[in-house]
Design a protein around this ligand. Sequence first.
Ligand SMILES: Nc1ccn([C@@H]2O[C@H](COP(=O)(O)OP(=O)(O)OP(=O)(O)O)[C@@H](O)[C@H]2O)c(=O)n1
Ligand SMILES: C[C@](O)(CO)[C@H](O)COP(=O)(O)O
Length: 231
Amino acid sequence: MSRIYALIPAAGMGKRMGAGSNKQYLLLDGMPILARTVAAFEAAPFIDGIYLVSPEQEIPFCRSEVVDHYGFSKVRAIVPGGAERQHSVCNGLDAMADAADDDLVLIHDGVRPFVSQEMLEAAADAAREHGASVVAVPVKDTVKVVKGGVISETPPREELWLAQTPQAFRYGLIRDAHARAKAEGYLGTDDASLVEHQGGEVRIVTGDYRNIKITTPEDLVLAEAFLKGKG
Ligand SMILES: Nc1ccn([C@@H]2O[C@H](COP(=O)(O)OP(=O)(O)OP(=O)(O)O)[C@@H](O)[C@H]2O)c(=O)n1
Ligand SMILES: C[C@](O)(CO)[C@H](O)COP(=O)(O)O
């Protein structure tokens, strides 16, 4: 029976939030964003262990204010992050020493606190069956490709999806995709793109528009509205 792990990168600097401190520790209704995210995985009965990635200097704070404070018993390690998200995830994968190739890993941004149990299950089911899956939502607006201030293309909207997390993979597949990307100097903004880069197939699982990544200040307004049931 294969095991299912969560890998939660939370080692970013939150520059677009401009809060002066790491956004993963901003409070939403009194609880740090990262703690809300970890709580979703702690509550999922099929998750066997959680690996967190944090800036190295913040590991003690992450342990005391998130893991210990909220009593998250599934957290196995807090791993130092890297310069880019991809490097942070790669460090997390390397730390999963006892994971087998057929185990599953759900990679999820530490700053997407509205992930639901249904999404976790659907992502895991699709990865178990197909090897790789991404939670995503259809694009609602018309998207323009712009070069030098001029529109060069209007891609057909029915083919466009916004990639969220969790992104779920067989451990061996995503470990090898990260190793190959590193060897080739390929940098992607999500983990699925590394599997795509090596010719692998990634299944889409329909997510939820509420599963926002808290990136800029207006996302905090949305998040507060969701929590108050107004969104
Ligand atoms: N070097 C990095 C960069 C990002 N992340 C994590 O990846 C997730 C998605 O990244 P994003 O929201 O873009 O976060 P930041 O990189 O912190 O934001 P910014 O680009 O505005 O600095 C976040 O949980 C973030 O902490 C990470 O672990 N390591
Ligand atoms: C992985 C991701 O959440 C997919 O949308 C996203 O690409 C990571 O965040 P970033 O804003 O690209 O750093």
